[in-house]
Design a protein around this ligand. Structure first.
Ligand SMILES: CC(C)=CCC/C(C)=C/CC/C(C)=C/CC/C(C)=C/COP(=O)(O)OP(=O)(O)O
Length: 272
C-alpha cells in the first residue's frame, strides 16, 4: 500500500486491537458496559477532532484524510457488549450478527482507506459487500480454529441449531472428541466459510491497484487455515491449525500475480 494508506490501516488496526483488548486482555475481568460506554465517548471525541491520547490521534488523523464513517467503529464496540452478555448463538443469523460486529466492521472501515479503483465499474455497494464477506469469513475461520480454546473459557461460538442437527451438544464440545458427527458438522462450517471467502475474492480486483496485494495475500493466508483444520482431521479441540512459514512465503508471490488482475471495465469486456 502507499505509505499514507499503510499508516491509516495501522491506526485502524491499533484502535481495533485496543477495543478487542478491553474484553480479551488482562483487564477484561474489570470491563463493564459502562467502560465500553466511555470507550465509545472517546471514539466520538476523536472523530470530532479531540483525541484523548497519541494512538487516538493517529486515528483522528486517518479520519481527516479518508472518508471513514464512525458507524462500523460503534458497531464493533456493540460487538464487545454482545460478547460480555452472550456465550451461545442459537442459529447462524445470531452468529452472523456477532461476526459482523467484531470483524465485518473491519472490512467496512478499510475500504475508504484502501480505495476503489477509479477504472472499476463495480458498484460501491458490491465492493463493500465483498469487504464485509472477508471480515465474516475471517471471523468464522478464527472461530473454527479456536473451538477448543474458546470452550475452555466456557464459550461456544457455533450455531446451536446446526450442532443439534448433527446430534451434537455443548457436552460434546467440552469433552472434545473428534467423532464422525463432529467431522460432518465441521465440513459444513468450512464450506460456508469458503463460500464467503469466494464472495470476498470477487471484490479484491475492484480495489485500488496498490491495495490489492495485501488484501489478496491476507485472504489467501487466512483461507488456508481451513485447509489446515482439514489436515488435522478436524481436531480443533487440542490442535491449533496454522499455516507454516513456507506456505506463507509461497502465498505472497501467488497473491502478487493475482493482484495484477485489473477490474472489469467497459473496454476490457469489449476485448473478448
Ligand atoms: C475484499 C475487499 C473488497 C476489501 C478488503 C476489506 C478487508 C481489509 C477485510 C478484512 C477484515 C478483517 C481483517 C477482519 C478481522 C477478522 C479477524 C478474525 C481478526 C482476528 O482477530 P483475533 O481474534 O484477535 O485474532 P487472533 O486470535 O488470531 O489474534
Amino acid at each position: 500500500m502507499t505509505p499514507e494508506r499503510r499508516r491509516a490501516i495501522w491506526a485502524i488496526y491499533v484502535w481495533c486491537r485496543r477495543t478487542d483488548e478491553l474484553v480479551d486482555g488482562p483487564n477484561a475481568p474489570h470491563i463493564t458496559p459502562t467502560a465500553l460506554d466511555r470507550w465509545e465517548a472517546r471514539l466520538e471525541d476523536l472523530f470530532n477532532g479531540r483525541p484523548f491520547d497519541m494512538l487516538d490521534a493517529a486515528l483522528a488523523n486517518t479520519v481527516n484524510k479518508f472518508p471513514v464513517n464512525i458507524q462500523p467503529f460503534k458497531d464493533m464496540i456493540e460487538g464487545m457488549r454482545m460478547d460480555l452478555r452472550k456465550s451461545r448463538y442459537k442459529n447462524f443469523d445470531e452468529l452472523y450478527l456477532y461476526c459482523y460486529y467484531v470483524a465485518g466492521t473491519v472490512g467496512l472501515m478499510s475500504v475508504p482507506v484502501m480505495g476503489i479503483a477509479p477504472e472499476s465499474l463495480a458498484s460501491t455497494e458490491s465492493v463493500y459487500n465483498a469487504a464485509l464477506a472477508l471480515g465474516i469469513a475471517n471471523q468464522l475461520t478464527n472461530i473454527l480454529r479456536d473451538v477448543g480454546e474458546d470452550a475452555q473459557r466456557g464459550r461456544i461460538y457455533l450455531p446451536q441449531d446446526e450442532l443439534a442437527q448433527e446430534g451434537l451438544s455443548d457436552e460434546d464440545i467440552f469433552s472434545g472428541k473428534v467423532t464422525d458427527k463432529w467431522r460432518n458438522f465441521m465440513k459444513k462450517q468450512i464450506k460456508r466459510a469458503r463460500m464467503l471467502f469466494h464472495e470476498a475474492e470477487k471484490g479484491v480486483k475492484e480495489l485500488n491497484a496498490s491495495s490489492r496485494w495485501p488484501v489478496s495475500a491476507s485472504l489467501m493466508l487466512y483461507k488456508q487455515i481451513l485447509d489446515e483444520i482439514e489436515a488435522n482431521d478436524y481436531n480443533n479441540f487440542t490442535k491449533r491449525a496454522y499455516v507454516s512459514k513456507a506456505k506463507k512465503l509461497i502465498a505472497l508471490p501467488v497473491a502478487y500475480v493475482r493482484s495484477l488482475v485489473a477490474p472489469s471495465t467497459i473496454s476490457s469486456s469489449h476485448r473478448n
